[in-house]
Design a protein around this ligand. Structure first.
Ligand code: NAD
Ligand code: UDP
Length: 337
């Protein structure tokens, strides 16, 4: 059974490929390599013993999508392709809306043409904006987004929901990820952002390995355990297992319609708690300074993870130490390349 994985050569995509392949599902990767290196797919092969099918192409290119569906007839789609840098999305909103929204529309048109009606979408906790309730349940209001990246996720959820409403056979699961971190325990795949990292964990990794001098902690005056921002970090392997659970549920059950499901641990971790955990796991010092708050940041964000347990029988298994140990193993691998 084949599943199309758009954006499958990226950070989360490669981890999903490993889980799918180990479960006997054949992934077909469509990726334009705008934020990925094909060597990551070779390392997926090293882990699984099989090369994933790979098509280099853009989801906005209808011809490429047609050829892909004609050749492989995927039963379902894991839709991960997208641009994801929050700051860049503020600078380049049209590029973000074009890539993420126009790309999704092309994909849905082609799915409809080929009677493929099952899709799992990479959404994000960012759709909740500044949450009114913690932990955040899926029923919390969405759409109070503060940047074009987040708004594109919100809009795509609406499009998918309308599509599922109009087509009685459509099955859509929007997975609202909290903060994926870490890497595969083999140390062969992980996140390798180009330039200065925007996110906390890759920044800490680069300070620990000596590539960056110190971390700026954005604010220590929030109403949180130690004044620094709190997030729900989850191991990328757990996240990938959540995708497998979503696909398996779609294939097993004929529930139709649109569902949104949080993928998080349910635990909030502060910036300083993360720094300490990483120092312990890596046996390195992570130098930091307290800096002003980052514009647009919220104090705290963590999931009510009970729906994923009910609907997908999924819960995060890997703890903060494993997230840090695996991130550190990966960081050493890329530093030595
Ligand atoms: P990533 O950049 O590593 O992976 C995205 C992949 O999509 C890349 O390989 C890129 O080359 C590809 N791509 C982008 N535009 C494309 C297009 N038009 N056609 C074909 N391929 C295209 O990012 P990731 O962290 O693996 O994220 C995967 C998905 O999860 C994204 O949609 C992202 O918005 C979403 N997400 C990520 C996080 C996170 O913290 N990493 C959190 C919430 C949601
Ligand atoms: N953060 C920080 N320094 C950095 C990057 C992030 O202090 O260099 C903080 C940020 O303010 C937030 C937390 O770390 O409180 C997680 O930030 P990230 O960008 O990784 O995730 P997001 O804010 O998108 O959930």
């Amino acid at each position: 059974m084949k599943v199309l994985v758009t954006g499958g050569a990226g950070y989360i995509g490669t981890h999903c490929l490993v889980e799918l392949m180990q479960a006997g599902i054949e992934p077909v990767v469509l990726d334009n390599l705008s934020n990925a290196d094909p060597s990551a797919l070779a390392r997926v092969e090293q882990i699984t013993g099989q090369a994933p099918i790979f098509i280099e192409g853009d989801i906005r290119d209808h011809r490429v999508l047609e050829l892909t569906f004609q050749a492989h007839r995927p039963q379902a789609v894991l839709h991960l392709a997208g641009l994801k840098a929050v700051g860049e999305s503020v600078e380049k909103p049209l590029e973000y809306y074009d890539n993420n929204i126009a790309g999704t529309l092309q994909l849905l048109h082609t799915m409809r043409e080929y009677q493929c009606r099952q899709i799992v979408f990479s959404s994000s906790a960012t759709v909740y904006g500044d949450p009114q309730t913690l932990p955040i349940p899926e029923s919390a209001p969405i759409g109070g987004t503060t940047n074009p990246y987040g708004t594109s996720k919100y809009m795509i959820e609406r499009i998918l929901s309308d599509w599922a409403h109009a087509d009685p056979q459509a099955q859509v699961i929007a997975l609202r990820y909290f903060n994926p971190v870490g890497a595969h325990p083999s140390g062969l795949i992980g996140e390798d952002p180009k330039g200065l990292p925007n996110n906390l964990m890759p920044f800490i990794q680069k300070v620990a390995v000596g590539e960056l001098e110190q971390l700026s902690v954005f604010g220590d005056d929030y109403d949180t355990i130690d004044g620094t921002g709190v997030r729900d970090y989850l191991h990328v392997v757990d996240l990938a297992k959540g995708h497998l659970a979503a696909i398996q549920r779609m294939l097993r059950e004929s529930d139709t319609g649109f569902e949104a499901i949080n993928l998080g641990t349910g635990n909030g971790i502060s910036v300083l708690q993360m720094v300490n955990a990483f120092e312990r796991a890596s046996d390195q010092t992570v130098a930091y300074q307290i800096a002003p708050r980052r514009p647009g940041d919220i104090a705290a964000c963590y999931a009510d993870a009970s729906c994923a347990l009910d609907k997908l029988n999924w819960r995060a298994e890997l703890d903060l130490t494993q997230m840090c140990q695996d991130a550190w193993r990966w960081q050493q691998f890329i530093a030595g390349k």
